[in-house]
Design a protein around this ligand. Structure first.
Ligand code: PMP
Ligand code: GLN
Length: 385
């Protein structure tokens, strides 16, 4: 076939296939235990499968309302009110999305114009940066502190300019597993006072939080909530990443603008899945039990590593564990992660996949949303390295 010569330059010249896809493919090629991309290797609750089947049989097979099934939006509002004491109007302040990824992409597209600055804490999950660039925005990175991934709020404040349009936060944090504290949220709220800056608070791991700690949702902070889109993902909460079902909430004025883009981006989201979720959420225990469930998995993974040469970083939330391999190898994190798959048959994600500005850290990320058998097998190998 003759080569098509496009006159159009790439809008994302530096972007390659995501690190999650690349490491997942390597895992398959080498038949490795896959602790790279973040997804559970066990089935969701059979009740959820029964509910979606029932919804399809009941005729939930045509377009859902643009903003989402009202029954689902209503129960999301109740959940947030009960957990965080903030009320969102289901009619005007909640929209169901194709996972958190679409919510985030749509928010950025709806609000970021060329030369607008967006402050992002690095390392960061990979979907924010391309969306900012596609919309002509300027990325302003603030590196988290190397030793404990906390925020230097003075540095953050120094990066705010009259061009700053948006700030993106993520708690519990992917990839470090750290969480923002109440003091952090107050710092953020105070720093943004008297500005028109919009916040995206990526809270997809809101229910995966350990050791009795409280998830500090942006929705708990009244002034902060006025400028914030809180994004969440049922995929993460209910072991159904393949359903791609999530939502975002924000004050009506912001949500009105969001929906202008959302309606032409996806129009609406899988109807039967929304009906199933609306019914499933009637039992709060389904998400209230999650911290214990994943805390056991974290503990199993971490205790399985005792006696190994890896150093375990503290993990307060999410289903990711960072391990420091500096006692094992001088290789950079990509080289180390590749060798781990090829020689030891364990797939992980190198930290630099979340941080193009800093490739010096000797850290790799492991997903522990896996069965006991998988975690035991993986840690038995990791102990030998
Ligand atoms: N934000 C973070 C921090 C994530 O780890 C992920 C991956 N699930 C997403 C957003 C995207 O969520 P979803 O799968 O619901 O699109
Ligand atoms: N959130 C998942 C992770 O961090 C990846 C999802 C994806 O591949 N886009 O591993």
């Amino acid at each position: 076939m003759p080569t098509f010569r496009s006159a159009i330059a790439s809008k994302l010249p530096l972007v390659k296939t995501t690190i999650f896809t690349r490491m997942g493919q390597l895992a398959q090629k080498h038949q490795a235990i896959n602790l790279s991309q973040g997804f559970p290797n066990f089935e969701p609750d059979p009740e959820l499968i029964a509910l979606v089947t029932k919804a399809m049989n009941q005729g939930y097979n045509q377009y859902a309302p643009m903003a989402g099934l009202l029954a689902l939006r209503e129960i999301i509002a109740k959940k947030i009110e009960a957990l965080h004491g903030q009320s969102y109007d289901p009619e005007t302040e909640i929209t169901v999305t194709v996972g958190a990824t679409q919510a985030i992409f749509t928010i950025i597209t709806a609000f970021i114009s060329p030369m607008d600055e967006v402050i992002l804490f690095k390392p960061a999950y990979d979907c924010y940066e391309p969306a900012i660039r596609l919309n002509g925005g300027i990325l302003v990175g603030v590196q988290l502190k190397k030793d404990d991934c906390t925020v230097d709020w003075d540095e953050f404040r120094a990066k705010i300019t009259p061009r700053t349009k948006m700030v993106i936060i993520n708690t519990p944090h992917n990839p470090s597993g750290t969480i923002l504290s109440k003091a952090d949220m107050i710092q953020l709220q105070e720093s943004l006072k008297d500005t028109g800056i919009i916040v995206i608070s990526d809270e997809v791991y809101e229910h995966i939080i350990f050791d009795g700690q409280q998830h500090e949702s942006a929705s708990r902070y009244h002034d902060l909530a006025q400028r914030t889109f809180v994004c969440s993902s049922f995929g993460k909460t209910f072991h159904i990443t393949g359903w791609k079902l999530g939502y975002c909430v924000a004050p009506a004025e912001l949500m009105r603008e969001f929906r202008k883009t959302h309606q032409f981006n996806v129009f609406s989201v899988d109807h039967a899945a929304q009906k199933a979720m609306a019914d499933y959420l009637k039992t709060p225990q389904h998400y209230l039990d999650l911290p214990k469930f994943y805390e056991q998995k974290r503990n199993l993974f971490v205790s399985g590593l005792s006696g190994s040469r890896f150093t375990v970083r503290p993990c307060s939330g999410s289903y990711f564990q960072l391990l420091d391999y500096s006692a094992i190898s001088e290789e950079n994190d990509m080289e180390f992660a590749e060798r781990l798959v090829k020689e030891h048959k364990i797939a992980s994600i190198p930290l630099s996949g979340f941080n193009t500005e800093d490739k010096t850290q000797k850290l790799v990320r492991f997903c522990f949303a896996k069965t006991t058998e998988t975690l035991e097998k993986a840690t038995a190998v990791l102990r030998t390295i």
